[in-house]
Design a protein around this ligand. Structure first.
Ligand code: PLP
Length: 472
């Protein structure tokens, strides 16, 4: 006789009825009330008992059979398999390691002070949603073919046109490669140019994710000093003249905000030309320079074809797009094109078509102009609010840096602030972990709206004050 199974179904639950039946049987096996070899009720009986369709029970049994938890035969009906207990005791794979602590702030949010994301309260949502919906429909309606692995011509052309106006960079669409953000572009260029095992100059402080990417690509890093004029190129040349790569943020240094001075730009390109090295220009903020007109791209000065320009739509539209691009010197464009096809094709065309439409119809430039004004106002308001509370602050890119006395545990302050819904980032995390590190808090201006500003600054000041006392 088949044992009767006693479990209840909940028709309002998130799990389907089939899944609830499957889980009910698994629970009965785990608890021992269904032993190996025990016969399950027929679909018909169980369906009648539970008041569900026969197919619902059948689907649950089939799933259990697929997992080898039950076996079905014509003669014996459905029975618990001999090794069901073993199959069930196999633990599910362990949760992967949590992301590095610093990233929690990037993944969660947007909380107040959060860096690295644009202001979502001023985004033209209906307009962009319409462009995306139209593009998705067009993609589905078109014949299923492999798209150009370099990115759609339309987007590459729009990017090239935009760079000419906004970044002073003359390039042909065949030099532009659409990527999965800056991160995708960086990994792509590192592989194409075979940087594995070579030495790189890394800004110190510098973008921790860039540092991580170079290390994962097998490069040896030499941390290089940065001041208000950007990377100290003379020091870098003296320390590691034979490096194969310099990874720099010349437009606005990340995270301190200085623009690489013209004399240093010239010096950097001359060194790269001499050493046959590559300069990767991380232009993550593009023309989003809040205080004045943005300096032209470093790549616009490059006559010898040594600069790889990397741009991103993460700060100007949304990081959720995961969309960025590379502009490479014409001489290496064919190499990049082959590699794009082989191992780094551009994201699907729908997202590219939407962004190309946004650019072509003039919305992108308009949106950038509005964001520049908004961010400049938010940056000024944040600096004033912090100064009024006695903090030493400086503007840098889309963040404000609040300096802390040497040795202050800025990471601990950030952890504590998080409990109050604030998301500052510790400055110390941007330094080479083996060297000296300044202490401070980086506060994103895009997410710091006027309405919550005073309360957030009060709260942050109280957290800092507690650490002052603790340190004293
Ligand atoms: C210095 C720097 N470079 C690049 C990026 C953009 O990266 P992605 O395009 O992968 O979002 C960021 C984002 O925070 C950044 O801070």
């Amino acid at each position: 006789m088949a044992p009767s199974l006693t479990f209840r179904l909940d028709r309002s639950a998130r799990d389907t009825l089939t899944e609830q039946i499957r889980k009910g049987i698994v629970a009965a096996i785990e608890s021992g009330s269904l032993a190996p070899g025990a016969r399950l009720p027929s679909w018909l009986d169980l369906a009648a008992q539970l008041g569900v369709a026969r197919g619902t029970v059948k689907a649950a049994y089939e799933r259990l059979a697929d997992d080898q938890i039950v076996v079905t035969s014509r003669a014996g009906g459905t029975r618990v398999s001999d090794h069901a207990a073993k199959a069930l005791s196999t633990k599910p794979p362990a949760e992967p390691d949590p992301p590095p602590a610093l990233y929690q702030e990037f993944f969660s949010g947007p909380a107040i002070f959060q860096m690295g994301v644009p202001a979502s309260d001023h985004f033209p949502v209906p307009l962009f949603a319409r462009l995306r919906a139209n593009a998705a429909r067009a993609e589905v309606a078109e014949p299923a073919v492999y798209p150009d692995p370099r990115g759609t011509f339309e987007l590459r052309q729009s990017i090239a046109a935009h760079l000419r106006i906004a970044r002073g960079l003359e390039c042909h669409p065949s030099q532009v490669f659409v990527t999965t953000g800056y991160a995708g572009a960086l990994a792509f260029a590192l592989r194409v140019l075979r940087m594995d095992g070579r030495t790189a100059w890394m800004e110190d402080p510098g973008f921790f994710q860039g540092r991580m990417a170079l290390e994962l690509a097998g490069m040896s890093l030499v941390p290089m000093r940065v001041d208000e004029d950007g990377l100290d190129v003379a020091q870098a040349i003296a320390r590691a003249p034979d490096a194969a790569l310099a990874l720099v943020t010349p437009g606005q240094h990340a995270p301190l905000g200085g623009t690489l001075a013209l004399a240093r730009r010239v010096q950097l390109i001359e060194w790269a030309t001499r050493a046959q090295a590559w300069v990767f220009e991380d232009d993550y903020l593009g023309e989003l320079q809040l205080k004045r007109r943005a300096a032209p791209a470093l790549a616009s000065l490059d006559r010898a074809g040594r600069v790889i320009h990397i741009g991103s739509f993460s700060k100007t539209i949304s990081p959720a797009l995961r969309l960025g691009f590379l502009v490479v010197p014409a001489a290496v464009a064919p190499r990049f094109a082959e590699a794009a096809m082989a191992f780094a094709p551009a994201p699907g065309p729908a997202v590219q078509t939407a962004v190309a439409g946004f650019m072509r119809e003039g919305h992108y430039l308009r949106h950038l102009r509005r964001m520049k004004r908004l961010y400049a106002a938010r940056s000024d308001a944040l600096m004033a609010a912090l100064r009024a509370r006695g903090h030493a602050v400086q503007a840098g890119g889309l963040a404000v840096l609040l300096r802390l006395p040497d040795g202050t545990d800025d990471a601990a302050i950030c952890r504590e602030a998080q409990a109050f819904g604030l998301a500052p980032v510790p400055l110390s995390a941007w330094y080479d972990p083996t060297g000296a590190r300044d202490s401070g808090l980086l506060l994103g201006v895009a997410t710091t709206d006027e309405a919550r500003l005073d309360a957030a600054c009060d709260r942050l000041s109280r957290v800092i004050e507690r650490f002052r006392w603790a340190d004293a």
